[in-house]
Ligand binder design. Structure first.
Ligand code: H2U
Ligand code: ZN
Length: 434
């Protein structure tokens, strides 16, 4: 359960109004939080509004079933998911492993494998708009690929780049998997931190973090199996961390119950993202899991990071200047970002077509708890509910104030969350658990 005492809550609220640094225990690093800067005038780059893919099948798409890819290979007429070796792989299994060492200058060959995962044959869907069953299939594919590539490689990186803003080359729903022989920097940092924490406390760092955050002000989605939270140390404005509540070091260790539940959790998280600015939310997401090879995996808890670049609907956060040269800096607090994401109320039903199945907006953190205003194309089923109670097995859509930070000094709600217009039922219906 959320374990911040009144005293520490007050201490954080005091800090949150002023520039302060927060520690990231997962990579043993610090970030700078300085609220108030979002008011500064913006004459810089604006992100174009993304065009949602409108057709279920695009004859020019290199990922659609039956189509010819850039290298002449033909995709099968796949019905659910489809995995193929990346035609332009950054890592290949048969490259040289020669080493070069000349004092400060060192290089070493790196073998690996890169795959592309088509989430669905439908060109116009997204992970957030596929049915839970279809997303569950994607989770199974991630787990199967992890086990298969892990038999040969040390690090298996599952990820998705979504949206042009994050460099995705095609709107067809797809992700990638890169597996390599080396432990990459981010993996090495997380490995060291989690091992250190286990040695010092006897606990998995991220399970302890789950206990700390559960039911608290940074939670976005919480179920019996999963916790989604804007981490205390988030670098990107609306970054989230997705953590299973029971021990699992890798994706292939997730049992059927956790996998089923994950499908619903991802649906709700991505629905909130898409509802925040009422447009498909660009992001890079990826799973971190225990390295393969020798050594215990006891310290590790598998988890996904969502790194979305947007600060406002058409303004992205640039990691430049101080961020590049000194350390990461963010403008709104993690608590504020969490409040804004929670204030997006989801439509009940997963959709497989049309525009995202959001959105009821309560007008951002400042107004969370107030009734939603009906209007728009469909009537709300009732006022949006604030402050759901946790029931085992039912999704916990925690609304209510994310205003632990007590900061009224961030982006104006209307600017962040759009207008408070109801276009769907007010809250996701509890999903029966299988
Ligand atoms: P991104 O949208 O995240 O870039 O992923 C698409 C990948 O698909 C990209 O890595 C590969 C690119 O190399 N690709 C193929 O393997 N075959 C093709 O015909 C085009 C793109
Ligand atoms: Zn396609």
């Amino acid at each position: 359960m959320h374990s911040e005492s009144d005293t520490s809550r007050k201490a954080l609220a005091r800090l949150a109004g002023e520039p302060h640094r927060r520690y990231n225990p997962l990579i043993d690093d610090w970030i700078l939080v300085s609220t108030g800067r979002t008011r500064r005038p913006w004459l810089g780059a604006e992100e174009p509004e993304p065009e949602p893919a409108a057709v279920a099948y695009d004859p020019d798409c290199y990922l659609c079933p039956g189509n010819v890819r850039a290298n002449g290979n033909v995709n099968p007429d796949y019905q659910a998911t489809y995995v193929f070796t990346n035609d332009f792989s950054a890592l290949r299994p048969d490259t040289s492993i020669a080493e070069f060492d000349d004092g400060l200058l060192r290089a070493v060959g790196e073998q690996g494998s890169c795959r592309v995962v088509c989430f669905s044959p439908r060109h116009d869907l997204t992970l957030g708009r596929m049915t839970p069953e279809a997303v569950r299939r994607v989770v199974d594919v991630w787990a199967e690929q992890t086990a298969e590539l892990g038999a040969r490689y040390h690090w298996v990186q599952v990820f998705e780049n979504r949206g042009e803003a994050m460099g995705a080359s095609n709107p067809h729903p797809h992700g990638q998997i890169w597996a390599g022989t080396a432990l990459p920097g981010e993996g090495a940092r997380e490995d060291a931190s989690q091992c250190r924490h286990l040695a010092a406390t006897g606990r998995r760092l991220l399970l302890e973090y789950v206990d700390h955050e559960s039911g608290g002000p940074r939670v976005i989605v919480e179920t019996a199996e999963w916790l989604v939270v804007v981490p205390f140390w988030a670098a990107w404005p609306f970054e989230t961390l997705v953590i299973p509540k029971r021990p699992a070091a890798r994706l292939d260790e997730l049992d059927p119950e956790a996998r089923d539940d994950l499908a619903g959790v991802l649906h709700r998280l991505i629905g909130r993202y898409d509802g925040l600015f009422r447009r498909p939310f660009p992001y890079s997401m990826g799973w971190h899991q225990a390295p393969f090879g020798e050594g215990s995996t006891e310290a590790w808890q598998v988890h996904a990071h969502f790194y979305p670049p947007l600060l406002r609907a058409s303004v992205r956060k640039f990691m430049v200047g101080y961020e590049l040269l000194a350390e990461t800096q963010r403008d709104l607090t993690a608590e504020d970002a969490a409040g804004r994401l929670r204030a997006v109320v989801l439509d009940a039903a997963p959709t497989t077509a049309g525009v995202p199945a959001t959105v009821v907006l309560e007008g951002g953190a400042a107004r969370a708890g107030g009734p939603a205003h009906a209007g728009g194309t469909a009537r709300a089923g009732g006022p949006a509910r604030a402050g759901g109670t946790a029931r085992a097995g039912a999704p916990v859509e925690l609304a209510g104030s994310g205003d632990v930070a007590g900061s009224g000094d961030v982006v104006a709600p209307a600017e962040v969350a759009g207008s408070a217009e109801v276009v769907g039922p007010a809250e996701a219906a509890p999903r029966p658990r299988s």
